[in-house]
Design a protein around this ligand. Structure first.
Ligand code: ADP
Ligand code: MG
Ligand code: MG
Length: 199
């Protein structure tokens, strides 16, 4: 079973990964964006960790709803409302239980990813975070490690795609040949699940 501490560790591990990889995320956002993805997420997840420490939410759902709300209010870029919606809607789907199963997390994350698609209008293959998140949720039924591998593969598979959503889409065919920054950060988010599980 996964308790509130598991979800806190998930957010802390994501924040650490974003810190570690911030320069790379910003570098990926340079040729096909505005070179701020690393700093956007660093600001957002630093604020998430701080607010989780301050408010100590007591259920898995409350941890994710608070984290999502914090991302929406601190990240100006497209990724703030999108990641914020992902976490908030996943948290809402978990309800008020003190512990949840991996199956419940998988199903809740699917709800969260669907909400991101509804908000941003992106489908798989549009070269966005959805290209890492969708295969990750599909693999999560097997294990956190399988989800991590699927997210990393999904992020790498964005390189040959032409962007159809977000800033990168303004470049048309010139977006081809670059890995999507948001799909790359989504792979970090999913990889942090294995760390939270201690795997
Ligand atoms: P901004 O583009 O506003 O500067 P960021 O650089 O923080 O925001 O985030 C860019 C990432 O957000 C992209 O790499 C992409 O993965 C994701 N993204 C942008 N628009 C969408 C959308 N409509 N749906 C899903 N993801 C999107
Ligand atoms: Mg950007
Ligand atoms: Mg920006």
């Amino acid at each position: 079973m996964l308790d509130a501490d598991f979800f806190r560790r998930w957010m802390t591990a994501t924040a650490a990964a974003v810190d570690r990889e911030a320069e790379r995320l910003t570098a990926l956002d340079s040729p096909i964006g505005d070179a701020d993805h690393g700093s956007n997420l660093q600001r957002g997840f630093t604020a998430v960790v701080a607010t989780l420490e301050k408010e100590s939410p007591e259920t898995p759902g409350a941890v994710l709803v608070l984290a999502g709300r914090q991302l929406i209010s601190t990240v100006g870029g497209a990724s703030g409302p999108l990641y914020g919606t992902l976490l908030r809607r996943t948290g809402k789907a978990l309800g008020e239980a003190e512990e949840v199963t991996e199956e419940q997390l998988t199903s809740a994350l699917r709800t969260g990813v669907d909400a991101v698609m509804a908000l941003g209008g992106a489908a798989p293959g549009d070269k966005t975070m959805i290209d890492a998140l969708t295969p990750a949720v599909d693999a999560l039924g097997d294990s956190f490690a399988a989800a991590r591998a699927a997210a990393e593969q999904g992020a790498e598979a964005t390189t040959p795609l032409q962007a159809r959503k977000g800033r990168a889409s303004y470049l048309g065919e010139r977006s081809i040949g670059h890995q999507d920054p948001g799909a790359t950060s989504s792979a970090l988010l999913i990889a942090a699940l294995t760390e939270a599980a201690g795997a």
